[in-house]
Write a protein that binds this ligand. Structure first.
Ligand SMILES: Cc1ncc(COP(=O)(O)O)c(C=O)c1O
Length: 334
């Protein structure tokens, strides 16, 4: 099939069964490989849609400037759509965002501004506040704001959810890392409406406030930094609706990074680190359910590709420096 632009290639990503890494649980675990999107992540879906929505609302005009605070992947999705449609882009990223993602954004011709990591949106130095200020100061510019923009969740409700149900009509549970919440809540909303009884599970790194706020209505453990990218938050995005999810599972950096490498060596799937987090979370949640899920189908979202983290999770020196691998041989420090 011939497509008129790269944007038409977004979506319809494959689902692959996880065999060895899920051998310890009796549920059947599958991965939806979102890195098969043309810009390399699930966020291609959102980037295209957020631009289309801004055009539709009349706030993005021809020749306009698209500004976003991003962990990188939404930026790539926006940059891809902007290239096709003729907009300029400015992205404000926290410094923890991998060099690969920052270079990719620059390769698209975007201006990239780097801010300190872990600041709250009301801190004027945060990537959110800088993006908002730039949008105010730049003529013909809009701040996309995926964190508070209902079109983010709406996209997954309209497109990703139906795609999943088409591909896997007998799905029993859906598991995704949570960042803006757009994926897990948008897909969750659709699946809950069309498949009552389905479980919707979010995976959150230790140090983020999402888990405690979901469970106890407040953050009980101190928020602290973590190295996995794209998931977790120190504050709650405006599009969050906790009614759309059933549970939040906590994971840590080390188990996420080791699982990400195992997914490559044991399954041959070259995924980013939040995919490892999502698998660890899925296996932990399945194990906690007793035999309720024996023989059931659990789908895990793999958001992006290992290529975005060559200098991190796939670099033995970086892994050792951060205490995730043994100092000597690179063997796994359990
Ligand atoms: C690598 C990665 N994983 C997971 C997520 C979380 O997705 P969502 O923002 O839809 O919650 C993101 C979001 O940017 C991401 O970049």
């Amino acid at each position: 099939m011939i497509h008129n632009s790269v944007l038409e290639v977004i979506g319809n990503t494959p689902i692959v069964r996880l065999n060895k890494v899920a051998a310890g649980v009796k549920a059947h675990v599958y991965a939806k490989l979102e890195f098969a999107n043309p810009g390399g992540s699930l966020k291609d879906r959102v980037g295209w849609w957020l631009i289309a929505d801004a055009e539709h609302r009349g706030v993005l005009k021809p020749g306009g400037v698209v500004i976003e605070a991003t962990g990188g992947n939404t930026g790539v999705g926006l940059a891809m759509a902007a290239a096709v449609k003729g907009y300029q882009c400015i992205f404000v990223v926290p410094e923890k965002v991998s060099a690969e993602k920052q270079k990719t954004l620059r390769a698209f011709g975007a201006r990239v501004i780097v801010t300190p990591t872990g600041l709250l949106p009301d801190d004027p130095r945060s990537n959110y506040a800088v993006a908002r200020r730039l949008a105010d100061e730049t003529p013909n510019a809009i701040y996309i704001d995926q964190y508070n923009n209902p079109a983010n969740l709406d996209h997954h409700y309209r497109y990703t959810g139906p795609e999943i149900l088409r591909q896997m009509p007998d799905i029993d549970a859906f598991v995704a890392g949570i960042g803006t919440g757009g994926t897990v809540m948008g897909v969750g909303k659709f699946l809950k409406e069309h498949k009552p009884g389905v479980d919707i599970i979010a995976v959150d790194p230790i140090g983020s406030v999402i888990h405690d706020t979901f469970k106890y209505g407040e953050s009980r453990s101190p928020s602290k930094s973590y190295l996995v990218e794209g998931i977790g938050k120190q504050w709650l995005p405006g599009i969050f609706d906790f009614k759309l999810i059933d549970d939040v599972v906590q994971i840590n950096d080390k188990e996420s990074f080791l699982m990400t490498r195992k997914i490559l060596t044991d399954e041959g799937i070259f995924a980013g680190a939040s995919s490892g987090s999502a698998v660890v979370g899925a296996l932990r949640w399945i194990a906690d359910q007793g035999d309720r899920l024996d023989g059931k189908k659990v789908l895990v979202i793999f958001v992006d590709s290992g290529y975005r983290y060559i200098s991190k999770v796939y670099d033995d020196d970086w892994m050792r420096k951060n205490g995730f691998l043994d100092a000597d041989t690179g063997s796994v420090d359990r």
